[in-house]
Ligand binder design. Structure first.
Ligand code: NCD
Length: 327
């Protein structure tokens, strides 16, 4: 994957962009997670502001709907002292301009990082390639590209699981088994999660009906199972996924899906002691997860959201720092 080739001697995140976690080196992931962990520890104690990017301007370019990721990146950039501009949904792509032209135009105004969300897989990578071709060192961070990847989500999920299982010193997740449940086929979160968890040493099992969790996903380096009840008692964490109806996912009926795959209170009761429940949001309560589980003692859903800001601060510092050094 572009941008992963030149791993620095120190094991720092390679390059000025964060496009995907699949194929990324383990020590690159660990350096981002370690930086995020330190920010969490500091931020849990006192004011999490730290003015390391005061001279930077960061643009959020979300061509697909988003609440938490856009707000989370914005808060992260503001805490680092950067100026943030938001292209908003009514950007000039709605007047026929290509994504690449829009991003090159914004970059030409003097932007240090572009945070891109787009319905097409590979969109952020195409933006990065176009910017590099025109000599720009602007950082590009992928905030979700179609069904492909959502790298900051994969990192924040890994951080949340590492915290829950006392692995914050090493980020070595070996010995842990993690289930990713539901609409994995249409989920960029699933792909980034599998990449992050397996690179850090965990075993991953994707669970869902064959149309949402086809066997072909085993190519990602995980197991695929159909029977959620058979899997729950053997895992240390469960990531529940939203059904991506906007990406043409189909279920027989919401009730049938819930019967087979909802993390209900009865199912959650079969989890091991210490096992935690995650969801990237937005949650469809009563479909993939029961409200009492989403709000229950095993739930780490709001911790994920909080961790997300610190993860994005760490990613912005690493990428913008690298861009400024090479610019
Ligand atoms: C996810 C996304 O957009 O990929 N949401 C998020 O960023 N937290 C997951 C989803 O939409 O289901």
């Amino acid at each position: 994957m572009q941008g992963h080739a030149q791993l620095s001697q120190s094991g720092a995140w390679p390059g000025a962009s964060l496009l995907a976690l699949r194929g990324a080196p383990a020590d690159g992931l660990r350096s981002l997670l370690t930086a995020a962990r330190d920010l969490v520890r500091e931020g849990d104690r006192r004011d999490p502001h730290r003015p390391t990017l005061v001279r930077a301007t960061i643009a959020t370019a979300f061509f697909e709907s988003s609440t938490r990721t856009r707000v989370s990146f914005t808060i992260a950039a503001q805490r680092l002292g950067a100026a943030v501009v938001d292209l908003g949904p009514a950007s000039s792509t709605s007047k026929g301009e290509t994504l690449i032209d829009t991003c090159r135009t914004i970059e030409a105004m003097g932007v240090d990082a572009l945070i891109v969300r787009h319905e097409q897989a590979g969109a952020a990578q195409s933006v990065e390639r176009a910017l590099r071709a025109s000599g720009s060192s602007c950082a590009v961070l992928n905030a979700g590209d179609g069904r492909h990847e959502h790298p900051t989500q994969g990192l924040l999920d890994a951080l949340t699981i590492a915290e829950a299982h006392g692995r914050l010193d090493s980020f070595d997740l070996s010995g842990l088994r993690i289930a990713v449940v539901g609409d994995a086929a249409n989920s960029r979160v699933a792909r980034s999660d599998v990449a992050a968890f397996t690179t850090l040493g965990a075993e991953v099992v994707i669970v869902g009906p064959p149309n949402l969790a086809p066997r072909s996903l085993e190519a990602l380096g995980c197991r695929v199972e159909e029977d959620l009840d058979a899997v729950l008692s053997e895992v240390d964490a469960v990531q529940m996924l939203r059904i991506q109806f906007e990406r043409a996912a189909s279920v027989a009926s919401p009730a049938d899906h819930a019967a087979g795959y909802q993390l209900s209170a009865a199912r959650a009761a079969t989890l091991r002691p210490g096992a935690v429940v995650l969801h990237p949001g937005p949650m469809n309560r009563g479909l993939e997860v029961a409200p009492e589980v989403a709000d229950g003692p095993r739930s780490r859903v709001l911790r994920q959201v909080r961790m997300g800001v610190f993860v994005r601060m760490a990613c912005l510092e690493a990428c913008v720092g690298a861009a400024q050094r090479s610019g």
